[in-house]
Design a protein around this ligand. Structure first.
Ligand code: 5GP
Length: 192
C-alpha cells in the first residue's frame, strides 16, 4: 500500500498538536459571535475538519461544498464547477471555510468570491497546508496549519487517485508516481 510513498512530511503528532492550537485560536476569535458555520470542501478537508471541530469550543454547525476544476485548458482561469452546493443560506452567518491545501490559490479565490456574494456576516479561511511556491493569486488565509514545499502530498484527507486519504500522516508521493503531472491537472480529473 505504501510503495508509492516517499516520506512523511508532516507527522500525525505534529498535525494533532497544530489542530489543537488552531482550535484554540478559532474558539477565542469567535467567542463573542453567534454560532459558527464551518464549511468543509469535499473530500480533502473531511479528516482535518473532523479533528478541528472537536478542538473548537464555541457552538459550531457544519456544511459542505464539493468542487472540481473545469478542464486543463481553463485551469489557469480558476473557474471551478460546484458539484455540491451548501444546504443552507449563509446570509448573516459567521462562516469559516475549511480547505485541505492551497496551491495556486485559484480554487480558494473562486470559492471566497462566490461565498462573499451571499452576504455572510463574516468569512474566514482555515487551511491545513499551504504551498506558496505555486501561488497565482493572493488569497488571505486566516488560520494555517503548515507551510510546505512544492511537492505532491497525500494523507490526512488528501488523495492521489482517491487513495491515501486515510493515512494519519501527510506523506510526499514518490515523484515517479506523480510524474510530471501538475497538481491542478490532477485535480481537474477528480473532484476533491
Ligand atoms: P489550487 O486551486 O490552490 O491550485 O488547488 C487547490 C486544490 O488542488 C486542493 O484543494 C487539492 O485538491 C489540490 N492539490 C493541490 N496540491 C495538492 C497536493 O499536494 N496533494 C493533493 N492530494 N492535492 C493537491
Amino acid at each position: 500500500m505504501h510503495s508509492d510513498l516517499d516520506r512523511i512530511l508532516v507527522s500525525s503528532w505534529e498535525i494533532q498538536a497544530r489542530v489543537i492550537e488552531l482550535g484554540r485560536a478559532i474558539s477565542e476569535d469567535y467567542a463573542n459571535t453567534g454560532q459558527l458555520l464551518t464549511v468543509g470542501i469535499l473530500k480533502g478537508s473531511t479528516i482535518f475538519m473532523a479533528d478541528l471541530v472537536r478542538a473548537i469550543t464555541v457552538p459550531v454547525s457544519f456544511d459542505f461544498m464539493a468542487v472540481a476544476s473545469y478542464g486543463q485548458s481553463s485551469s489557469s482561469s480558476g473557474v471551478v464547477r460546484i458539484l455540491k452546493d451548501l444546504d443552507q443560506t449563509i446570509e448573516g452567518r459567521d462562516v469559516l471555510l475549511i480547505e485541505d491545501i492551497v496551491d495556486t490559490g485559484l480554487t480558494l479565490n473562486y470559492l471566497l468570491e462566490t461565498l462573499r456574494t451571499r452576504n455572510p456576516a463574516s468569512l474566514r479561511v482555515c487551511v491545513l497546508l499551504d504551498k506558496p511556491d505555486r501561488r497565482k493569486v493572493e488569497v488571505s488565509v486566516d488560520y494555517l496549519g503548515f507551510e510546505i514545499p512544492d511537492e505532491f502530498v497525500v494523507g490526512y484527507g488528501l488523495d492521489y487517485n482517491e487513495l491515501y486519504r486515510n493515512l494519519a500522516d501527510v506523506w510526499v508521493l514518490k515523484p515517479g508516481v506523480y510524474g510530471k503531472k501538475r497538481n491542478s491537472e490532477s485535480r481537474s480529473q477528480n473532484s476533491e
